[in-house]
Design a binder for this molecule. Structure first.
Ligand code: ADP
Length: 646
């Protein structure tokens, strides 16, 4: 076994590899970019080497700098993780030329699977079923159209160098073929520098089922399948193992095909053979076809670890160090069921836009495995993938595991950035998914329901209001004491665009009534903390003027100025000024915008409260001087409207 290895990656996968290193007593070397200097993987590793820069090209893709770091720290081997250099055969050659071990397959095996057309041809030769289609060199549009006709519509055009769903087009009918081909080719040219495509039969009701394989360079075993059919735009969202509805015959057939694929290329290490499965008529041993092989450890490997009890990273290290396969096929079996959900910083209502921001608070529940590369206080930067964590559960059956998944998602706490948690929660409750009725179109079909966020309830609003004014603490003896009447205070809070006015009346210590838009919620303090209309309060995280009320779903509630001041508008209403010193949170308009009286033009955060700056009159925006994120003085002009014509 190695005594020191370098991990050429970042984030959760680097942390995951370091975990195993620690368990095996192997010293770990992290590499990092400038923005990752304080990252969790750097903190966890025994040593760290700076690569500089921020973007992947300036840091994690610098193969030469990474090899030099390994040599300087006495590492004997390099673990590539996934992404970055993990499937780059030139990097493998360079690592080996430097006298180091690449923890993964040979450059030759990576090259064999690098292009989809060559891989398909090779697999067909090895007796692995492939999707019927055309994967020849002749790329003339007329020939490709004729091949599509032969295959029969609908067909899928795929970039041979493709990945991440890029350069892929579904074509339903012949008349749409020429345009789809041209756009797939141009996308492939831009993304991969290679315009070549293949055409294949489009499987309706497709399921994505992949098989984990592990080889020692000659022999291979499989560690059963994972179902990754829950996808959004070809990106996996929730994965599980084993696949629902899998029969022993089909598992046997798929496992053997995957092992044949791995052995055909002398595969060494962990790999995944991806199959497309026709799920329209149940799972049948003749209804699966090879799509591609990923020559690395996959993001979703933990579900396989959960059901087999194998530490795949340990196996990677042992086999790379020259040990034989740790077990024979007959020694492997499945115990229970596992799910993995991918938690991202992303704005789901805005169309799943990647989000950035500081994770003011991050906590995972017991009873789930959370693979993460970040901690409370860390920043999700725009430079890398916005994944926060993978939440993994295991149960004795699919039903038990699914209940644990729902619970783990409901109890995962993230504050400071938007996330896809509510979407994952809705998916985990989806009726079809609950009974294992999955296909790759499920999310797309039911997107509206899956992304619906229920309105704030009065109880949650009341709790947020108390938290924002600091009254959700342990009551004190004199709370609410006044000679003439209970102590009342008004606060306005907002969730999204919706504003709620709350009148908080403290009747006695531990006895507060909160009238939310006139509906009264009774907040009472007892042995287990605050209850709201009899229900236990949720966990809340407050930072400045924002309260995050955790639950299923989690709500972000801001304190706003109840008067929504028409702040600082000069007599003519031409100038929108900051009424007090503060931080410009958001600017809603740009020069040339037409505004109506009362429109919200900007949000200023000051004195732990958000103040909406409204247009005092209708008009056209002449100039915007304010920038979101900037600190301004009282009286600073933020926006100017064009003078009114008289
Ligand atoms: P990429 O390498 O770009 O990710 P893949 O070949 O892995 O492309 O395919 C990505 C996804 O597209 C699959 O997971 C599956 O959902 C869908 N897909 C691929 N091939 C087919 C097909 N022949 N019929 C239907 N869906 C397909």
């Amino acid at each position: 076994m190695f005594d020191t290895i370098l991990i050429a990656n970042r984030g959760e996968i680097a942390c995951r590899v370091i975990d195993t290193c620690r368990r095996l007593g192997v010293r770990s070397v992290a590499v990092h970019s400038d923005v990752d200097a304080q990252a969790r993987h750097v903190e966890m590793a025994d040593m760290a080497v700076s690569l500089g820069g921020a973007s992947p090209a300036e840091s994690y893709l610098r193969g030469d700098a990474i090899i030099a770091a390994a040599q300087a720290t006495g590492a004997q081997a390099i673990h590539p993780g996934y992404g970055f250099l993990s499937e780059n055969p030139d990097f493998v050659d360079a690592v080996e030329a430097a006298g180091l071990v690449f923890i993964g397959p040979s450059a030759k095996a990576i090259r064999a699977m690098g292009l989809k057309d060559a891989a398909k041809a090779l697999m067909a030769e090895a007796g692995v079923p492939v999707v019927p289609g055309y994967q020849g060199d002749d790329q003339s549009p007329a020939l490709l159209a004729a091949e599509a006709q032969k295959i029969g519509y609908p067909v899928l055009i795929k970039a041979v160098a493709g990945g991440g769903g890029k350069g892929m087009r579904l074509v339903e009918a012949p008349k749409a073929f020429a345009d789809a081909l041209a756009s797939a080719q141009s996308e492939a040219k831009t993304a991969f520098g290679n315009p070549h495509v293949l055409i294949e039969k489009y499987i309706t009701s497709p399921r994505h089922i992949e098989v984990q394989v592990f080889g020692d360079g000659t022999k291979a075993v499989h560690l059963f399948e994972r179902d990754c059919s829950l996808q959004r735009r070809h990106q996996k969202v929730i994965e599980e193992a084993p696949a629902p509805g899998m029969t022993p015959e089909m598992r046997e057939a798929m496992g053997q095909a995957a092992v044949r694929a791995a052995e055909a290329i002398g595969y060494k290490g962990a790999g995944t053979v991806e199959f497309i499965v026709d799920g329209s008529d149940g799972l049948r041993p003749d209804g699966f076809w090879f799509m591609e092989m990923n020559t690395r450890l996959q993001v979703e490997h933990p579900v396989t670890e959960a059901i087999t009890g194998v530490d795949l990273v340990e196996w990677q290290l042992r086999v790379a160090a020259g040990e034989p396969l740790p077990v024979a096929q007959a020694d492997l079996s499945i115990t229970g069921h596992s799910f993995e959900a991918r938690l991202y910083a992303e704005d789901v209502p805005a169309g799943f836009l990647p989000a950035t921001g500081r994770l003011a608070h991050l906590a995972f529940p017991d009873g789930a495995r959370a693979d993460t590369g970040v901690r409370s206080g860390d920043v999700i930067s725009p430079h890398y993938d916005p994944m926060i964590a993978k939440v993994i559960v295991h149960g004795s059956s699919r039903a038990v595991a699914l209940r644990k998944l729902r619970r783990a998602l409901a109890e995962t706490q993230v504050a400071g950035t938007v996330t896809n948690l509510a979407f994952l929660g809705a998916l985990a409750r989806h009726d079809g998914f609950s009974v294992g009725d999955v296909d790759t179109g499920l999310i797309g079909r039911d997107l509206a329901v899956l992304t619906e966020v229920p309105d704030l309830t009065p109880a949650v609003t009341a709790q947020a209001a108390l938290a924002l004014v600091g009254l959700d603490r342990v009551p004190m003896p004199l709370d609410g004491f006044a000679l003439w009447s209970p102590v009342a205070q008004d606060v306005a809070v907002a969730c999204g665009e919706e504003v709620y006015t709350c009148r908080i009346t403290t009747r006695a210590p531990g006895e507060i009534d909160v009238a939310v838009n006139a509906q009264v919620v009774a907040a009472r303090f007892g042995a287990n903390g605050w209850r709201f209309d009899g229900q236990p309060g949720a966990a809340v995280f407050v930072e400045e003027a924002v309260a995050t009320v955790f639950g299923d779903p989690t709500y972000v509630v801001r304190r706003v100025d109840p008067l929504e001041v028409e702040a600082g508008a000069g007599a003519s209403g031409d100038l929108i000024e900051a009424p007090m010193p503060g931080l410009v949170r958001q600017v809603f308009v740009s020069a040339g915008a037409l505004v109506a009286k009362g429109d919200r033009l900007a949000i200023l955060e000051a004195m732990k409260m958000e103040h909406a700056l409204l247009a005092a009159r209708a008009g056209v925006v002449a100039e915007v001087m304010a920038e979101a994120g900037s600190q301004v003085e009282a009286g600073a002009v933020l926006i100017r409207l064009e003078e009114e014509e008289t």
